[in-house]
Design a protein around this ligand. Structure first.
Ligand code: NAD
Length: 206
């Protein structure tokens, strides 16, 4: 189930009623805990796991701590992991969910533009192996992705730039890719975004 929503608490609540996990765990970082978690105040989480922000969370050491935390708090194969964050959190949480007890359900709530348009939607997850980026991971789609554009209201400018860059990344400096002019690529991307976010907003402006 993939959905754009203006009421994240209701959407998540309905999804959890339908899927009926025995325990609901939340994975977040310090920023998403402060800025985004308050919008989920109606949801009863069995346990909240906070990890370091950004790339530093995507390590085996952090995974080890999360796996143990889940076990200590009684996570079973019927539990659900909710990932509230950017690509670092969905990459890490997706990997944790794919591996804990051979796989538990996971739901993504992307909070960065990059995660909404790329990291959170492709079914890839990964952690780093030392300096080797995204070396350990799996391909596994989450049970649900809920995109709540209002999460972006607190996003720092640099993260907006990262997200926008990801949207136009196929654009080459030569002005064309595979012989297709850059404006056509941009047009294709904007059309994709309109399908994905069928609403008006600053993200649809050039
Ligand atoms: N799996 C994939 O297909 C895929 C694709 C692209 C990138 N990635 C991965 O995504 C990661 C980068 O993700 P990212 O760019 O989303 O950044 P991020 O998850 O590292 O977050 C960047 C910063 O923004 C903060 N933040 C997140 N949401 C916020 C909000 N709503 N308000 C205020 N602060 C907020 C975070 O706490 C963090 O400090 C990289 O590890 C990259 O490898 C994965």
């Amino acid at each position: 189930m993939n959905r754009i929503t203006h009421n994240i608490a209701n959407s998540l609540h309905d999804f959890l009623i339908q899927t009926n996990p025995d325990k609901i765990f939340l994975l977040c970082d310090a920023e998403t805990r402060i800025f985004c978690l308050p919008q989920l105040s109606d949801i009863q989480f069995h346990h909240i796991i906070e990890v370091p922000s950004g790339e530093s969370a995507k390590t085996l050491h952090v995974c080890d701590e999360i796996w143990k935390d889940l076990a200590e708090h009684g996570a079973t194969r019927n539990s659900m992991l909710i990932c509230l964050g950017g690509g670092s959190i969905t990459d890490l949480g997706g990997f944790i969910a794919a591996t804990y007890q051979r796989g538990i359900a996971v739901c993504y709530l992307p909070t960065t533009l990059l995660c909404m348009v790329d990291a959170g939607i492709g079914g890839k997850n990964a952690i780093n192996l030392g300096s080797l980026k995204n070396y350990i991971g799996t391909f596994r789609l989450p049970s649900a992705i809920f995109i709540h554009p209002a999460f972006l209201s607190t996003l720092p400018e640099t993260e907006w730039i990262n997200g926008k860059a990801e949207i136009i990344i196929p654009s080459s400096s030569k002005g064309s890719i595979l012989g297709i002019p850059l404006p056509m690529h941009l047009n294709i991307y904007i059309q994709k975004m309109k399908i994905f976010w069928p609403m008006e907003g600053p993200w649809l402006q050039a």
